[in-house]
Design a protein around this ligand. Structure first.
Ligand SMILES: Nc1ncnc2c1ncn2[C@@H]1O[C@H](COP(=O)(O)OP(=O)(O)OP(=O)(O)O)[C@@H](O)[C@H]1O
Length: 677
């Protein structure tokens, strides 16, 4: 079975090349090559009246009229002929195959598959075969059968794939040995591998096909969950850096805070302290909605590390965010002797900085992925905090981990991920939630409008600015473009400046250099600028509590979760905040999305909706976020499988030394090695 596909009878080097483009390299790959759907084919030769319009049908009959060929104005050719089957005459139609005209001979018998047009008793032919044998009058014949449909490629048809698979199964069936532990199969009522393979490629009934598919879905998610649990088990077996609590120091830090922690913040801090003072490395995800106050939680953990004589690192996805966290942490630690440094690709005097990190002069380093460079070596790194983890790849997470000796890891995510999804992406982490927002926050009022109402929107902004508030306006593009539609910040900035006399307006986008960005951001933070016209560079983390309006132009162009993130830039203090979505299209999908935004303020609900609307692939560009490309498992359709698969994974890890589990456990190790390392 492990032999190269070209050695299968009927394949050869040329066809093997085509198979390889489908990811089929060996005979085993072919046997496990899965159909994407099951087609039900009705046999109209024996049909009663029940065959529906547009149904996929097959027919055996005898050609009874000469072929008729005509050309349409668009140069399309239509070839037709009539056949007589058991139940009368049908018209067959071929599109763009004029060359068949000579083969269609009255009296010849033919089998066809195609799509039925009920009104004209006509079949648009997709596949045909001329037969030598006469058509039998067999009315007891099966009236419907099932045909698996495979992903194909140019030069390789459905029937060729089907034929090769059936040759492969016939020859190698005996090598299909069950590898799932018997106990697991019984516990979860799974169908045996040989039977599944046969049923999935040649099902006798739809139920049989579904049963077989079930096993493959379960097995796939089970392998993945087991690998995640194995990774988790490996980390927890390492000895972590045990911190002392130093409660009095923690109390000192609390006393210097400008606000009282919420109960959720307090609870999460307790969980983190418990992790860091234990013998195992912490491996925790902190999920909290926008503006729920995750930064202060990070500050507590960093403080604990530094007080214990270690270094901490905080890695974030953008320079703006790195700078903001850097200043926030400086502010939090103003009363303590803690050295914090910023490291991004545009930091000046990096080599000096590297030295200070290496010799331990720097206590906390805040930066972008510039921290991951080889040159950055720590003296005693004990805590890694990453913000917006899902923007970093899995490899980056582990490469930062390798900069210390089993450091503690705290992952913060501001994008609320639906539970099912976080169980998959973050299945190897313990999860803490901050659900409450700090006291006194008012729900953001969200409105949807059209560009025609822009002057009214601007007048509203004028009114709020006159009360001392500030406003963000977000546009999707930096500059106008012929290729992509949408408003550009540069032009919009000029328009806003013209409209608002005596109001200071700032412009911010990713093409500006770091110094310019920092200046603009600082001007806005200090309240010197009242309106900030920006691209989505402000999307994550930007925290200016005096800003109470965000206008999002071309709001139809953003995903719901992204709109929620952007909206989260306001409502970060006790004043009433507003989010105005300017939608430039009338489409029903856009309307539906705007409605969700105006009705829902909860980030978890929004991401659930977003996932439904866009599907997991687009929701998070999958590979980047550590979700493998599943062949069978669908995050939306198969949520029910996650819990049982998790239970099964736990059983497997517990019994991994038992003989009957060994075969499958080896597969899990192999998968973990390829995927998680
Ligand atoms: N317990 C609290 N009471 C009052 N204000 C708080 C509290 N905790 C945090 N804040 C303030 O709330 C604002 C938002 O906090 P923070 O920036 O940490 O949110 P976040 O969870 O990181 O949000 P985002 O995901 O949008 O970055 C900050 O101005 C912070 O100082």
């Amino acid at each position: 079975m492990e032999r190269d596909i070209q050695y299968l009878k009927g394949v050869g080097p040329k066809r093997a090349r085509l198979f390889r483009t489908l990811g089929v390299n060996t005979i085993k790959d072919l046997i496990f090559y899965m159909p994407r759907e099951l087609e039900t084919v009705q046999d109209v030769s024996a049909m009663r009246n029940e065959v529906e319009d547009k149904a996929k049908v097959s027919l055996n009959g005898v050609i009874v009229t000469s072929p008729f060929l005509r050309k349409t104005r668009g140069n399309l050719s239509i070839l037709s002929a009539e056949v007589a089957g058991n139940l009368g005459r049908f018209k067959l139609v071929w599109f763009n195959q004029p060359f068949l005209k000579n083969k269609i001979i009255v009296g010849k018998s033919i089998s066809v598959k195609g799509v039925y047009n009920k009104q004209y008793r006509q079949i648009t032919v997709n596949e045909y075969k001329f037969n030598n044998a006469l058509v039998k009058n067999d009315t007891k014949k099966q009236t419907q059968y099932f045909r698996p449909i495979y992903p194909v490629t140019d030069g390789l048809t459905q029937s060729q794939i089907q034929q090769c698979i059936s040759i492969a199964i016939k020859k190698y069936e005996h090598q299909l040995v069950e590898y799932l532990p018997k106990e697991i199969m019984e516990m979860f009522n799974l169908c045996e591998i040989k039977k599944c393979i046969i049923s999935v490629h040649n099902p006798k009934s739809k139920d049989e096909w579904i049963e077989a598919k079930k096993r493959f879905i379960f097995e796939e998610i089970l392998t993945f969950k087991s690998a995640l649990l194995l990774g988790k088990e490996n980390i927890s077996r390492q000895s972590g850096i045990k911190h002392r609590l130093g409660q009095s120091l923690i109390d000192q830090f609390s006393k210097k805070l400008k606000f009282k922690l919420t109960e959720d913040q307090q609870k999460v801090i307790t969980e983190i302290i418990a992790d860091m003072t234990s013998l195992k490395p912490m491996n925790r995800l902190l999920q909290g909605d926008v503006g729920s106050g995750k930064t202060v939680v990070a500050a507590y953990s960093l403080f604990l590390t530094v007080c214990n004589g270690y270094q901490g690192a905080m890695m974030v996805p953008t320079e703006i965010l790195a700078e903001q966290h850097y200043y926030n942490l400086k502010d939090f630690f103003a009363f303590f002797d803690i050295n914090i440094e910023l490291l991004t690709s545009s930091t000046k005097g990096k080599s000096e900085s590297y030295k200070r990190i290496k010799n331990g002069e720097v206590d906390i380093i805040v930066g972008t992925h510039a921290i991951l460079q080889e040159k950055v070596e720590f003296k005693k790194l004990a805590l890694i905090v990453t913000d917006e983890q899902h923007r970093f790849g899995v490899e980056q997470r582990s490469s930062l981990r390798n900069k210390g000796e089993h450091p503690h890891v705290l992952v913060m995510s501001a994008t609320p991920i639906p539970r099912t999804m976080s169980q998959i992406i973050y299945g190897d982490l313990d999860i803490s939630y901050i659900k409450q927002l700090p006291k006194g926050r008012k729900p953001i009022k969200t409105y949807s409008t059209t560009p025609n109402n822009r002057n009214r929107v601007f007048d509203f902004i004028k009114k709020e600015i006159s009360k001392g508030q500030q406003c963000y306006i977000v546009c999707p593009l930096v500059e106008e473009s012929d290729k992509v539609s949408g408003l550009a910040v540069t032009q919009y900035y000029d328009m806003v400046k013209n409209y608002f006399d005596n109001v200071k307006v700032g412009l911010l986008h990713g093409k500006m250099n770091s110094r310019q960005k920092e200046e603009v951001m600082n001007g806005f933070k200090k309240g010197e600028t009242s309106i900030l016209v920006s691209t989505t560079v402000i999307e994550v983390g930007v925290d200016v509590s005096n800003a109470n309006i965000i206008v999002i132009e071309n709001s139809e162009k953003f995903g719901l979760s992204q709109l929620h993130q952007l909206r989260g830039r306001v409502g970060r203090g006790s004043i009433q905040s507003y989010c105005i979505l300017v939608c430039h299209t009338n489409s029903s999908t856009a309307k539906q999305r705007m409605k969700i935004m105006t009705k829902t303020v909860d980030g978890f609900d929004i991401s659930e909706e977003d996932l439904k609307l866009r599907g997991p692939g687009e929701f998070f560009g999958t590979r980047q976020h550590g979700i493998p490309e599943f062949k069978h498992f669908d995050m939306l359709k198969h949520q029910d499988y996650i819990q049982p698969a998790t239970e099964a994974a736990e059983v497997i890890l517990k019994n991994k030394e038992t003989e009957s589990y060994r075969l499958f456990f080896d597969k899990i190790k192999e998968f973990a090695k390829n995927y998680l390392d």
